[in-house]
Design a protein around this ligand. Structure first.
Ligand code: NI
Length: 267
């Protein structure tokens, strides 16, 4: 499958289940902007059946190669990013995984049971990245328990495999050519910006500036009934050239660390 087919399918799931991200996209388009994706991101657990190496298969099959790796000590995450060496117009792919051995036996057991409940035909196929939650209706009680240990674990538990966010590359916008302008524009249109560590993460000196909206609360069917929980979000990134003149195409771990909090549960 070529990369654009994979991305189109992921986009459809992302926008169908999260009306707010479609609204962000349309708001840019309606104001005459061109939306080009900088990167898309996935979340998973470090279980060998669903880890980064497995989730990256459809992208590697489409020509992507592994580039950088990142450690998030506090959130107990590890991530890699992939890029397509021949087609720079394709978004980067950022995949993180939770280091489950650093969490409680409860969390580890939930992850184990979750993985065991994924149908085999999905596990061993390219369908995994689109499969969302294939392990059955989640329990709200377990979701709330997981939240106490890791917002990330709770999100993956109910949400499953899907693009967690797409990212607008600000360099390709015409009028909204800075993160400040993008943030003001979004706030004017009623979106809430993730302010963890400040509304702008990174700096020109780090060659990358980022911001994101807080994930919209979506209604999810749990075993105990329907509850509103944070779904997916949209991110915005402006890249700067390195001293050698080439564009910085990596990520800044300290900034990504704060972006993860865009799906935090609103108490
Ligand atoms: Ni991102």
């Amino acid at each position: 499958m070529n990369a654009n087919t994979v991305l189109d399918r992921l986009w459809t799931i992302y926008t169908t289940d999260n009306p707010a991200v479609q609204k962000v996209h349309d708001t840019f388009i309606n104001s005459g902007e061109t939306v080009v994706n900088d990167h898309i991101a996935f979340r998973t657990f470090d279980n060998p059946l669903i880890n980064i190496d497995i989730l990256s298969v459809p992208f590697r099959n489409a020509g992507y190669i592994e580039k950088g790796e990142y450690h998030f000590k506090q959130k107990k995450l590890y991530a890699k990013h992939f890029e397509h060496p021949d087609n720079k117009s394709l978004p980067l792919v950022f995949i993180s995984q939770l280091l489950t051995s650093e969490f409680s036996p409860f969390l580890q057991n939930i992850v184990k049971k979750t993985v065991e409940s994924i149908p085999k035909k999905i596990l061993q196929s390219d369908e995994l990245i689109y499969s969302c939650n294939s392990w059955g209706i989640p329990s709200y009680e377990i979701y709330r328990e997981l939240l106490k240990e890791s917002e990330y674990a709770a999100w993956v538990y109910f949400s499953g495999f899907r693009a967690n966010h797409f990212t607008v590359r600000i360099n390709h916008l015409h009028q909204l050519d800075s993160v400040e302008k993008v943030n003001s524009f979004l706030k004017e249109h009623g979106f809430k910006i993730n302010s963890s560590g400040g509304e702008i993460k990174g700096s020109p000196e780090l060659f990358l500036e980022q911001s994101s909206i807080m994930a919209e609360d979506i209604e999810v069917q749990f075993q105990e009934g329907k509850f509103k929980v944070p779904g997916c979000f949209y991110e915005f990134a402006k890249r700067y050239p390195l001293p050698d003149g080439s564009m910085f195409m990596g990520f800044v771990a300290d900034s990504a660390d704060k972006i993860f909090e865009s799906t935090n549960f609103k108490k």
